[in-house]
Design a binder for this molecule. Structure first.
Ligand code: ADP
Ligand code: MG
Length: 327
């Protein structure tokens, strides 16, 4: 199956007063048509910077230092800005974490959606409004006619997130990037939003990149999972394999840290903190937190290698233990 999105060696740096923040380091992954790929990692692991880089939304002092982003056959990093503008929003849409602040406070939510139809699909105002009501119905908003005439501050957090999703899919994107779409929502509303994303993915055939710090969300909604730690992608696998046979010590720690009532052993916090990304040491950025650290880990950055069908891991210890070490 050919991929919808292919990312190779994506590297993003921020030149700050304190020095170079190496926020995203050599990240490679792909997104298949119609799948939901989870991107998971603790806060500060480079998930949002990766998402922004995909849309070329990194602003100075940030810079995409190298890498390749292929989407629908085009090399996004080589596109002129005008053509990138057409990709952004129309072919790839982004749903932000805090929907209330992302919505325009002085326009009704219906007006904001209708404007998209008028602008991008060149339809008359009456038709744009009809499609807006249809879209609000599709994302599960009750009494859409009344809600469309309200402002963001009159809606609950869950409803604002539904409106944001409606805006994101109004242009029928092929890829929807949702950055922590359920963070800050209560558990039952969060579950409804995940159900909605899944249903929309199935209905429209769009792929979804679902960014979260919560492995529970991944288990609930995703087909495959990419695990990020300190700006590096350390493991990628289908969701079943990731939970059943996590290979990277960080993924194993993440899985052990999920609270579960059916677990016999208590949940364990992940040792240590995400290291500073300011001029990080060479080698594996998990080395200082890792119980299986080897001497090579502090010297050489491990690269992603196949560890089974639909399973890749970047870990020297795994390579040594499985006898696949190249050294
Ligand atoms: N504008 C910026 N200037 C400097 N550093 C930044 C900037 N934006 C993000 N970073 C750094 O990039 C790293 C990754 O951040 P981010 O992608 O937001 O993490 P996540 O979304 O996984 O929580 C963090 O160390 C953060 O401090
Ligand atoms: Mg983030």
């Amino acid at each position: 199956m050919s991929e919808l999105l292919e990312v190779h060696d994506l590297t993003v740096h921020f030149a700050t007063e304190d020095g170079l923040v190496e926020a995203v380091d050599n990240v490679s992954f792909s997104v298949r048509p119609g799948e939901i790929l989870g991107v998971v990692g603790e806060s500060g692991s480079g998930k949002s910077v990766t998402a922004h880089a995909l849309l070329r939304l990194i602003r100075p002092p940030g810079r995409i230092v190298r890498g390749e982003i292929r989407f629908e056959g085009a090399d996004l990093l080589a596109l002129p800005e005008a053509r990138m503008g057409a990709v952004r929003g129309a072919r790839i849409a982004l749903v932000f974490q805090s929907p209330r602040t992302a919505l325009n406070p002085v326009l009704t939510v219906g007006r904001q959606i209708a404007r998209l139809y008028e602008l991008h699909q060149h339809v008359a105002p009456a038709e744009a409004w009809r499609r807006t009501i249809e879209m609000l119905t599709l994302v599960g908003i009750a009494e859409p006619e009344r809600r469309a005439r309200q402002y963001a501050h009159q809606l609950s957090g869950g409803m604002c997130q539904r409106v944001m999703i409606a805006m994101a899919i109004a242009s029928s994107p092929r890829l929807l990037i949702a950055d922590e779409p359920t963070t800050g929502l209560d558990v039952s509303i969060a579950a409804q939003i995940l159900d909605l994303l899944r249903a929309l993915g199935r209905r429209t055939g769009a792929s979804i990149v679902l960014i979260t710090h919560d492995l529970g969300v991944v288990a609930e909604a995703c087909d495959r999972v990419a695990v990020m730690h300190a700006g590096q992608l350390v493991e990628i696998a289908d969701v079943h394999t990731l939970f059943k046979r996590p290979l990277h010590p960080y993924t194993q720690a993440l899985v052990r840290s999920i609270p579960r009532i059916d677990r016999e052993v208590a949940m364990e916090p992940i040792p240590g903190a995400v290291p500073s990304l300011l001029a990080p040491a060479p080698g594996c950025r998990y080395a200082d937190r890792c119980a299986r650290v080897l001497e090579v880990c502090r010297r050489e950055r491990p690269v992603l290698r196949a560890a089974g069908a639909s399973h890749e891991v970047a870990c020297h210890a795994v390579e040594v233990e499985s006898g696949t070490a190249v050294r």
